[in-house]
Write a protein that binds this ligand. Structure first.
Ligand SMILES: C[S@@+](CC[C@H](N)C(=O)[O-])C[C@H]1O[C@@H](n2cnc3c(N)ncnc32)[C@H](O)[C@@H]1O
Length: 233
């Protein structure tokens, strides 16, 4: 059985079909709250924050892991040397490829199958994607990402579901029952919830020189239960 057949989230995204003609770009990647897409102001804060945390420079080579329909790639591509964008969803990578951005290479693949030469990227963005794999695969991915990065590079893992906020999110009996049902059925709601200290220590043990979990800007769409991680080579 392949991963895509076996795992809920890999199957969900690899089979994901979205009626692109009738959906705005944020809803296409499910950046919604109560079925409403993130508003323009919150999205601009998101872009500013991510750009600043990655300290983007004109000579940067960026890996956009779990790129979706390329909202970050399209915003950052024109400012830097090049972007390699990877996602498991053919529908979403098709949207990005259709933009025809000159310095962007798009591939459709499970992130766990991605292969790059050592020291290929100065910056790596893994935004709203880490929760779709389990802890074993997260360990393997962080170690491999470190190998793909240039000295002085910066990794940003964005929008990580915060284990410390789990019961703020599943905050009544009905929601807690749904959470446990999801785990039992191997269809975890949201996906993996991570402890900030755990991901910091994993980055340090994987060869990053520093790793710091950071709170999100309070106006961001999921700031009440997600955090970001910045790791430097
Ligand atoms: C919530 S969307 C975020 C997209 C984009 N990073 C953004 O923030 O706009 C999550 C993305 O992760 C991708 N994804 C999920 N599991 C994946 C996997 N195993 N390998 C590669 N991409 C994956 C999905 O296809 C989807 O595009």
């Amino acid at each position: 059985m392949t991963r895509q057949e076996n795992e809920h989230w890999a199957r969900f995204w690899s089979e994901y079909q979205t009626d692109v003609a009738n959906k705005d770009e944020q809803s296409q990647v499910l950046r919604t709250r109560n079925k409403q897409p993130i508003d323009q102001r919150k999205w601009e804060i998101t872009l500013d924050t991510v750009g600043q945390q990655l300290e983007l420079q004109s000579d940067d080579t960026l890996l956009d892991l779990c790129c979706g329909n390329g909202l970050f790639t399209a915003a950052f591509g024109p400012r830097i040397a090049g972007v390699e964008a990877v996602d498991i969803s053919p529908v979403l990578t098709g949207r990005l490829a259709a933009r025809g951005l000159p310095n962007v290479r798009v591939s459709t693949s499970d992130m766990r199958d991605a292969q790059f030469a050592p020291r290929t990227f100065s910056k790596v963005l893994w935004y709203a994607g880490i929760q779709y794999i389990d802890e074993s695969d997260i360990v393997a991915m962080v170690r491999r990402i470190r190998g793909w990065m240039k000295p002085g590079g910066i990794l940003m893992i964005g929008d990580i579901p915060d284990r410390a906020k789990l019961w703020d999110y599943f905050n009544d009996d009905t929601r807690r029952a749904a959470y446990f049902d999801g785990l039992e059925q191997r269809k975890p709601i949201i996906g993996s919830w991570l402890d900030a200290g755990w991901i910091e220590r994993l980055c340090l043990a994987s060869g990053f020189a520093s790793a710091e979990a950071v709170l999100q800007h309070e106006e961001l769409i999921y700031a009440d239960f997600r955090f970001d991680l910045i790791a430097r080579c």
